[in-house]
Design a protein around this ligand. Sequence first.
Ligand code: DQA
Length: 145
Amino acid sequence: ARLLLLHGPNLNLLGVREPEIYGALTLEALNADLRARAQAAGHTLDILQSNAEHVLVERVQAARSDGTAFILINPAAFTHTSVALRDALAAVALPFIEIHLSNPHAREPFRQHSYFSDKAVGVICGFGADSYRYALDAALKRLPA
Ligand code: DQA
């Protein structure tokens, strides 16, 4: 099956940005690892990072008709702000998992609300890059046969 991984704003700086919170792995290395894991399981992982809300909204909309079976998304700061991205996910009605490197519940109060969690199949946060690996495993287990 085809899976889609979306990374929100500032995740292009992974490995450089606040490494004490987000870890030292670069986005490129993380993406390569996840792609290889999906491929080894016989699936395809499409990946997009954007700092722009509309680009993410349009990619989610495209997933409606491009054969995507499951979405993995770290909305990053849009987690706490984006009704538009939430609505796009609801519109395509594809199952998705919300991912965070850090544990937003252990951070500033403004990070404790998500526009996505109540619509997600599940939420995985606080395990650094492993949050993505656990989410991929969970998605692979839930793919239609
Ligand atoms: C994040 C948590 C968000 O609060 C923050 O804005 C991010 C990254 C995470 O992966 O821990 O950019 O989604």
